[in-house]
Design a protein around this ligand. Structure first.
Ligand code: FES
Length: 77
């Protein structure tokens, strides 16, 4: 559930939930978190669900950070 996921995040990662995390494709952070909650445990899977990181990839690091916080042990890149 999204609320449970948000409770797991450190405060710094909870900010700006309705701002674009992926500026290139205008994907808000809340949607990226929802995709991870729904089982996207790699940047590629988050991209497949939301199109985040499908631009020039500049937000990949942030997505990896969220995956590491919410779905630890699954990101192997
Ligand atoms: S901000 Fe997401 S690909 Fe550029």
């Amino acid at each position: 559930m999204l609320t449970d996921a948000l409770n797991k995040l450190p405060d710094i990662l909870k900010k700006d939930l309705d701002q674009n995390l992926c500026v290139c494709n205008q994907v808000i952070k809340r949607d990226v978190i929802q995709a991870i909650v729904d089982g996207a445990d790699s940047v590629e899977k988050v991209c497949a669900k939301t199109y985040a990181s499908d631009g020039n990839g500049c937000c990949r690091h942030q997505i990896r950070g969220l995956i590491a916080a919410l779905a630890p042990k699954s990101e192997t890149e």
